[in-house]
Design a protein around this ligand. Sequence first.
Ligand SMILES: Nc1ncnc2c1ncn2[C@@H]1O[C@H](COP(=O)(O)OP(=O)(O)OP(=O)(O)O)[C@@H](O)[C@H]1O
Ligand SMILES: [Mg+2]
Length: 264
Amino acid sequence: MLEVNDVSKTFFAGTVNERVALDDVSLQLPSGDFVTVIGSNGAGKSTLLNIAAGKLLPETGRVIIGDRDVTKLADHQRAKYIGRVFQDPMAGSSPNMTIEENLAIAYERGRRRGFRIGVTNKKRELFAEELKSLELGLENRLKAKVGLLSGGQRQALSLLMATFSEPEVLMLDEHTAALDPQRAELVSRLTTEIVERHKLTTLMVTHNMEQALRLGNRLIMMHEGRILFDLNEERKSRMTVKGLLQEFENVKGETLNDDRAMLQ
Ligand SMILES: Nc1ncnc2c1ncn2[C@@H]1O[C@H](COP(=O)(O)OP(=O)(O)OP(=O)(O)O)[C@@H](O)[C@H]1O
Ligand SMILES: [Mg+2]
């Protein structure tokens, strides 16, 4: 369960560069909700995730994960509750370490305690089994350096690492955007599978409206630091890309002016 209550964030407050990134935003995700987040550049999507993850502190409001108020916890203190995957495939893993060493680090994070650092045969077996589910043949390359993997393979590995400790919240920030369409499709499919398998509460930011409609059970659109609309499963299942643009127009009284959004 994730709750963001009445959160505001302004960058460079009181200067000519003042930017209101989030304007009194509230969002509640019950356990198991998989929410896709769309919205134009600068809408506040990444800021919302950064505040939920503790990377940024809000000026007002609270963040609750499970039954804990984590508002004042630094990012490393709440990292055990959160799995994150970013747009950059290079960001989620260490290139100079092997696949199994990267997995071992991810494994130590979070709830599973009592295991020694390092790769034991028992862990190696588990890693191979988990990697097999990606269907990329990585289970046969446990000792390969991660820097040798393709962007898509690396992003799939990041996804596995982010979900290894079954975090209470999974946050994905445009994690398929840097991949070619085929790899993006693969990582999309893996996302659905992993989220379903672990019943993860998930927030996924994407600029791809078609992907936002296809994945998850709920969709929100952000604009200028606010949530413009929030579609439940039933409304989402009947929604189209054209419908989303229309909905934006209905709420804002203007057409959505975002090149990346219009291209989808
Ligand atoms: N660290 C920062 N310092 C200053 N301004 C920032 C910072 N992070 C975000 N902003 C500003 O806050 C606003 C919201 O940015 P944010 O990155 O959350 O948007 P976004 O919806 O993720 O956009 P995009 O689709 O381009 O990733 C923007 O005006 C941005 O310039
Ligand atoms: Mg962003």
